[in-house]
Design a protein around this ligand. Structure first.
Ligand SMILES: Nc1ncnc2c1ncn2[C@@H]1O[C@H](COP(=O)(O)OP(=O)(O)OP(=O)(O)O)[C@@H](O)[C@H]1O
Length: 531
């Protein structure tokens, strides 16, 4: 039986109390009278559909947004002037890892770690050699090697997430050491999406440590199994409003899904798999593909097949879609797509697009979408020529088709004139999927296709990928979400050190088998036989 739960009901003075917080963006009411509180030493989940207001709430807490009059935020019983200033955040011990990490890509790892101090510390502490030494000391307890002198923009997504976590957790620890009496708060907005499973386990340990020392954590994730594992209470938002705050121990996964999206889900994707895919001819054949990490890869994809590629971070699986699209430079390789043959060393994104290859990258803010353009402009970028006749643009048909895609993919808000950057993260991802699937490619390359997407929309996106495959498209999906791969794929190749170490056909596709194979260092013979 679920019950609404508050810190006061638990007999505690809340560390943080949010009361009646609203925020409007023009006609969009992103937050509508939301209240919740945070007890000392608790891990509190914040969940809700894409666009339900989670990031807006967090950005209000971090002073990036000024909420509407009547909104109240209290920290340790003290009402905080709004918008919360950077100085208040420091003093009150509020630290954040935002969904888009908010790192400066052109600065180094060390500069990003000490960015808050750059204007306040004595200059000798900010000399390169000093910064480097201090960065090394700060990074050391967290176990993952990062070069303090590396430019952050060149780091892999998992390393960037690690850096943002180290920066926030170190800040919290400094606060804790200074001000023992007032617990601090760490807010993590969807950070696990970037992390491999080992990184996730390490983060969970850190969260437990932080909670054990009396500080509190707000944990935002679309991965509900994680939320159920790590939190003690969960607050659910829908359409900017509070649905409820519940004790985690009282809530089952299905109930939580229903609270989030207002219905249960239960689609079995195996029903949508193409029956006779094994007997079909290959439409894509890749041979001797090498690049920065991958070495001499060869594989084929059959008509109607969804081929997954997986492995540990750094194993090379993440590079495959970008290499095939020409977004990363291959050093050797050939690609046979139907009748066409490509030399991979000279592949470029425009050549790939022109030959019917589409790529949905992991980095939606960078490579995936143009934030300053509208949703409609983003949707039509790749297919604009279909709307041009004798130099004229058929605008009404373009509007009509864009509006239909917004409906089909449940992209919110429905307004095609919204700037892409103003959509919530998950809705941006839906626009990118819609844009590329609309081009009807022969080969669809996906990298973490449901990154940041809520549980209901994730199901819709996976169904669309299956449908596209069913209609004959060849699909390659690189993902660290082994559960998703086991649902979506007909076959999965697992890489280690740049080579395929296992090939798991449909009948052996479990998330455990995929994850386990990532730890192999030499190929398993029997699994690849007969395929
Ligand atoms: N700067 C902005 N300008 C205009 N609208 C905005 C802005 N930021 C957010 N919104 C809108 O506010 C609503 C809530 O967005 P928010 O990013 O808080 O959702 P979310 O719950 O974090 O979603 P996701 O799970 O996709 O990250 C959405 O309708 C979004 O389009």
């Amino acid at each position: 039986m679920m019950s609404a739960a508050s810190a006061e009901a638990l007999g505690q003075e809340p560390v943080l109390s949010v009361r009646n917080v609203s925020k409007e963006f023009g006609a969009t009411r992103a937050l509508d009278g939301v209240s919740f509180d945070l007890a000392a030493g608790e891990v509190h989940g914040l969940v809700g559909e894409n666009g339900s207001g989670k990031s807006t709430l967090i950005k209000t807490l971090s002073g990036l947004h000024l909420p509407e009059p009547g909104s109240v935020i209290e920290v340790a019983g003290e009402q905080v002037p709004l918008p919360i200033s950077a100085a208040s955040l420091q003093r009150l011990g509020l630290r954040f890892v935002h969904q888009d990490l908010m790192l400066a890509p052109t600065l180094t790892v060390a500069e990003n770690l000490f960015v808050n101090e750059l204007s306040t510390e004595p200059s000798w502490l900010l000399r390169d050699s000093q910064l480097r030494r201090r960065a090394e000391a700060m990074l050391a307890p967290y176990g993952r090697e990062l070069d303090p002198a590396a430019k952050v923009g060149t780091l892999a997504a998992a390393d960037q997430a690690h850096l943002a976590i180290v920066r926030a957790v170190s800040g919290l620890r400094r606060h804790h050491a200074l001000a023992r009496a007032a617990p601090g708060v760490l807010v993590l907005d969807e950070v696990t999406a970037f992390l491999p499973s080992a990184g996730r386990a390490q983060l969970f340990e850190l969260i437990h440590e932080i909670a054990a020392q009396g500080d509190s954590v707000v944990f935002v994730s679309h991965y509900l199994d994680e939320v159920l594992e790590i939190t003690s209470r969960i607050t659910v938002l829908r359409d900017g409003k509070l649905v409820s705050t519940v004790d985690t121990a009282d809530v089952a996964g299905d109930d939580l899904v229903e609270m989030i999206i207002g219905r249960r889900i239960g689609t079995d994707l195996t029903d949508t798999h193409t029956d006779d895919v094994d007997g079909r001819p290959p439409v894509v054949t890749v041979s001797d593909l090498s690049g920065p990490v991958v070495r001499g890869l060869g594989f084929s994809i059959r008509e109607g097949e969804v081929l997954g590629v997986a492995g540990l971070i750094g194993s090379g699986f993440e590079e495959i879609p970008a290499l095939l699209f020409g977004a990363q430079q291959a050093t050797t390789g050939r690609l046979q797509l139907g009748e066409q043959e490509f030399e991979m060393t000279s592949m470029t994104p425009s050549a790939a697009t022109g030959r019917g290859i589409a790529f949905v990258p992991e980095d939606r803010a960078g490579a995936g979408a143009a934030g300053a353009l509208t949703v409609e402009e983003n949707l039509s970028l790749q297919v604009i020529s279909r709307y041009q006749r004798r130099g004229l643009l058929h605008r009404s048909r373009l509007h009509h088709d864009a509006a239909a895609l917004l409906d089909d993919y449940d992209i919110r808000p429905r307004d095609p004139g919204t700037k892409m950057a103003n959509l919530s993260g998950g809705n941006q991802q839906k626009v990118i999927m819609a844009k590329w699937l609309a081009t009807n490619p022969s080969l669809l390359l996906l990298h973490e296709p449901t990154h940041g997407v809520d549980v209901g929309s994730r199901e819709q996106i996976l169904l669309r990928i299956r449908k596209a495959a069913h209609d004959g498209m060849a699909v390659l999906c690189a993902s660290s979400d082994t559960e998703q791969l086991s649902e979506l794929c007909d076959r999965v190749l697992v890489l280690a050190r740049g080579r395929v170490v296992a090939e798991l056909p449909g009948h052996s596709l479990t998330k455990e088998a995929i994850a386990g194979a990532g730890y192999l260092t030499t190929p398993i013979k029997q699994m690849t036989e007969g395929s």
